[in-house]
Design a protein around this ligand. Structure first.
Ligand code: NAD
Length: 460
């Protein structure tokens, strides 16, 4: 798509928004139904595209991309009427009989930029929130997951009118073109480097942004816990989508007394889940491209390898890999975003907490402990986007929990009602009475302030 076509889409949505800034409930529901229908119609093609892009096992793709989005649309449709209602709030007695309420209004035209790791879900999940809130939307899928991107473009062009939902494919050039246009809200998911570019560009028009970023998500294993269950749950969360999950456990901090047992059990579950030759497993994905493959290989130091190693650049395959790590190791610097799990022995809980808080605030955090004092100590001291206690990834599966980062891992959160709220401006409305008119608010003011103070104290 060239520069003119992109600016035409932006212009079209802006003009339509000016002409009709309120999209009725029925139209929103119609658009959401179209989303549901197109997922059903194209489910096989979506799964196929995800398999071509990421070697995504069908089960993982259905769970995390199809069912996830379908559930969200269903729940949003069920609740939309209620969420769209104006919300009455109290009005101080001094204004009697005035009334006050909050109207959720659409921002206008929203730009949604998605990354490649869950290329369908991360575009469609914010899309349905934005539609529910009455916005028009321009979608920008990741060019890196190219098969999914082409398919999404085809679906959107076929199903929706551009004045409501449009899709622009492309890479840096096209995204820059979009970011140079004028949107009313920008929702970006991806790495922090581009997050800064998005925020800088948005600042030109004072456009509000949500940044769904990543980071190093720690996993604590301390106190009393069943290491069998711990290992099983860490392995399943870490190696889902071959570790290319923003909230995957990035590394494990474990009480030094439990290190050996935990490592043995992690290896046991890797074998149990993916077999002795994981390259033959149908339940294990591939690395998205060569550059990420090479980046990941550079993180594996062979002398610290505990499990894994047989990689294939031709097949972009890296097996589930465990490495023993220490502070300062390369794999402990940046987000791993692949199937490598560093495990670091810690002397005690305090040193583990100190280690995490010395870094940036993570997107997710996992606490394995049956000891509520341990859980509370970590929850009190470590700030994180979201937390699962005694499992991994699970907090994202509850639509009633807001999903998002904090600090370096992002700003703003969505899913379920939080998506509706995120994509709505909360407009305050005060309806004054025309029946009563309190004279103290008008000039001349002389001698009135005492009365105002008295009224405010008793009726304010
Ligand atoms: P990516 O390379 O696909 O980039 C994301 C989007 O930014 C793409 O649409 C791309 O076209 C655009 N982009 C890239 N460079 C750009 C530039 N210079 N200017 C403007 N636009 C540009 O994906 P990625 O960034 O590699 O994604 C992985 C990161 O995303 C990881 O850090 C991961 O943790 C994070 N992530 C976060 C979440 C979340 O929900 N918080 C979800 C998934 C991924």
């Amino acid at each position: 798509m060239n520069q003119n076509q992109i600016s035409d889409i932006i212009q079209l949505q802006r003009t339509k928004y000016r002409e009709n800034s309120f999209i009725e409930y029925d139209t929103r529901m119609e658009l959401l139904t179209k989303v549901q229908n197109c997922i059903t119609k194209y489910e096989k093609d979506i799964l196929n595209a995800l398999s071509l892009d990421l070697g995504k096992p069908s089960y993982e793709a259905q769970l995390s991309e199809i069912i996830f989005v379908q559930n969200e649309v269903r729940s949003i449709k069920k609740n939309l009427k209620k969420w769209m209602k104006k919300r009455k709030v109290k009005t101080p007695l001094i204004h009697f009989p005035a009334k006050s309420y909050i109207r959720s209004e659409a921002y206008g035209s929203v730009l949604i930029i998605a990354p490649w790791n869950y290329p369908f879900q991360l575009l469609f999940s914010p899309l349905i929130g934005a539609i529910a809130a009455g916005n028009r939307v321009v979608l920008k899928p990741s060019e890196i997951s190219e098969n999914t991107s082409h398919l999404i473009k085809k679906i959107i062009d076929e199903v929706f009118e551009e004045e409501y939902i449009a899709c622009v494919e492309g890479g840096v050039e096209e995204t820059t073109e979009l970011l140079d246009g004028h949107f009313d809200y920008i929702f970006y998911t991806g790495n922090a480097h581009v997050g800064r570019i998005v925020m800088e560009k948005a600042s030109k028009n004072l456009t509000p942004v949500t940044l769904e970023l990543g980071g190093k998500s720690p996993t604590f294993v301390f106190g009393n816990s069943d290491l069998e269950l711990v290992a099983k749950r860490i392995v399943s969360g870490k190696f889902f989508n071959a570790g290319q999950t923003c909230i995957a456990p990035d590394y494990v901090l474990v009480d030094e007394n439990k290190y050996e047992e935990l490592v043995n059990k992690l290896i046991k579950y890797i074998e149990k889940f993916y077999g002795e030759v994981p390259s033959k497993s149908k339940d294990y994905g591939r690395i998205i491209n060569e550059s990420h493959f090479n980046r990941l290989l550079s993180l594996i130091e062979t002398d610290s390898l505990l499990c894994g190693g047989n990689t294939s650049s031709e097949k972009k395959f890296i097996p589930p890999t465990l490495v023993s790590a220490k502070e300062g190791d390369l794999c402990m610097k940046d987000e791993i975003f692949g199937p490598i799990l560093p495990i670091m022995k810690m002397e005690n809980l305090k040193s583990a907490i100190d280690y995490v808080t010395a870094g940036e605030k993570p997107l997710a955090m996992y606490i394995f402990s049956n000891d509520s004092k341990v859980q509370e100590a970590i929850l009190n001291r470590v700030s994180a986007g979201g937390v699962t206690v005694n499992d991994t990834l699970m907090h994202i599966t509850n639509e009633h929990l807001p999903f998002g980062g904090v600090g370096h891992s992002g700003m703003g959160s969505y899913h379920g009602e939080n998506s509706f709220d995120l994509f709505s401006h909360k407009k305050s409305v005060f309806k004054a009475s025309t029946v009563m008119d309190v004279p103290v608010k008008y000039p001349p003011y002389f001698g009135k302030i005492g009365l105002v103070r008295w009224l405010m104290r008793f009726f304010g």
